[in-house]
Design a protein around this ligand. Structure first.
Ligand code: NI
Length: 179
């Protein structure tokens, strides 16, 4: 097990279309997920995608468990491992809210996302996961799955007057929550 460095925007490995996982419940897949969980916990992330640690596979993890100090006001999201995911919007409603990304440290921006989505994929054992979610949960899964198609949230910002440095936008946020 290991905590990995998180790649930062500008690294071409963040721009790839990730490969599908072909074999479930393997030692290698379990080790990857454990490494991602340790890496995410180290930085109090709400989600992490395999490409962010340089692994070219369609694996994301997300969840807030108990209250995450970076997102104290958000509804809890179950700890989830999602492999080879697909997301389908439910309805045409979009919502805007602030996002940050561990690969874009120190910045936040307002990003439009689908308000309600269905997502489908597999867990590490190969069991099907299918959920209909909304709000922050829907936002997080859309953000993480974007990493699997080479998209970082700044590519989805429409209004760059609402994109900037966290410590300037939100002076109350401490340095440890800066990314
Ligand atoms: Ni991200």
């Amino acid at each position: 097990m290991a905590i990995h460095d998180i790649l930062k925007m500008g690294d071409p490995r963040l721009l790839r279309q990730a490969q599908a996982v072909l074999s479930f419940d393997t030692p290698e897949l379990h080790a990857l997920v454990r490494d991602m969980q340790e890496t995410m916990a180290q930085v109090n992330g709400a989600g992490l995608a395999a490409p962010q640690i340089g692994v070219d596979l369609q694996v994301v993890i997300f969840g807030t468990g108990q209250v995450n100090p970076r997102y104290p006001d958000a509804e809890p999201i179950p700890e989830t491992v999602l492999i080879n995911p697909t997301i389908t919007p439910l309805g045409a409603e979009e919502v805007e809210d602030w996002e940050g990304c561990l690969s874009v440290p120190g910045l936040r921006g307002v990003v439009p996302r689908w308000q309600r989505v269905r997502y489908q994929g597999w867990d590490v054992q190969g069991q099907v996961i299918e959920r209909e979610v909304s709000g922050f949960h829907a936002r997080v899964v859309q953000h993480e799955c974007d990493h699997l198609v080479g998209k970082l949230y700044p590519m989805r910002v429409r209004d760059f007057s609402r994109f900037g440095y966290t410590d300037v936008l939100f002076p109350g946020i401490s340095a440890v929550e800066d990314d």
